[in-house]
Design a protein around this ligand. Structure first.
Ligand code: FMN
Length: 146
């Protein structure tokens, strides 16, 4: 079983959430590659069984620029065998709260085996830890079995 967390973060909120999810997966004995999107080797994508994607939201509910290539890669590659989850942080002050999570969710639902989503307001709080745990459980519970 091969898993990856691929994320982007500017001010650290999404990175903190990604780290919490990473720890959650590690504690369940899963081996996980922890990859900032700028370091991603795109050829590796189809080799994962599970991929969790972490993104903040920019502009008016839009994807961060550095996530656009990843978004297109999922659209173009055949990855129905890959179980995915998408998580992100946003600010509910904006009209499209965590809009980038919604954009990934809708696309991953079509092109992968989407298992779960998670939205967190700015910095993850202690009260979010149960939600992180659920995210991991749902992600791992919906593995595609060959
Ligand atoms: C210019 C700008 C635009 C933003 N637009 C949105 C938005 O449309 N929706 C949203 O939920 N959050 C929006 N945010 C908030 C960020 O997504 C939020 O602060 C996030 O936690 C940043 O993640 P990071 O710390 O991982 O970089 C915006 C922030 C900035 C500075």
């Amino acid at each position: 079983m091969k898993a990856a967390i691929i994320y982007t973060s500017i001010t650290g909120n999404t990175e903190a959430l990604a780290e919490e999810i990473y720890q959650g997966m590690i504690s369940k004995g899963i081996e996980v590659d922890f990859i900032p999107v700028d370091d991603l080797d795109y050829d590796m994508l189809p080799s994962y069984d599970v991929i969790a994607i972490g993104t903040y939201t920019w502009d008016n509910g839009d994807l961060p620029m550095e996530m656009e290539d990843l978004f297109t890669a999922f659209e173009e590659m055949d990855m129905k065998h890959v179980t995915t989850g998408v998580f992100g942080t946003g600010d509910s002050f904006y009209p499209y709260y965590c809009g980038a999570v919604n954009l990934f969710r809708d696309m991953l639902f079509v092109h992968t085996n989407l298992a779960v989503t998670l939205k967190v307001e700015l910095t993850p709080q202690v009260s979010d830890s149960k939600r992180c745990e659920k995210f991991c459980d749902r992600l791992m519970g919906q593995l595609v079995t060959a």
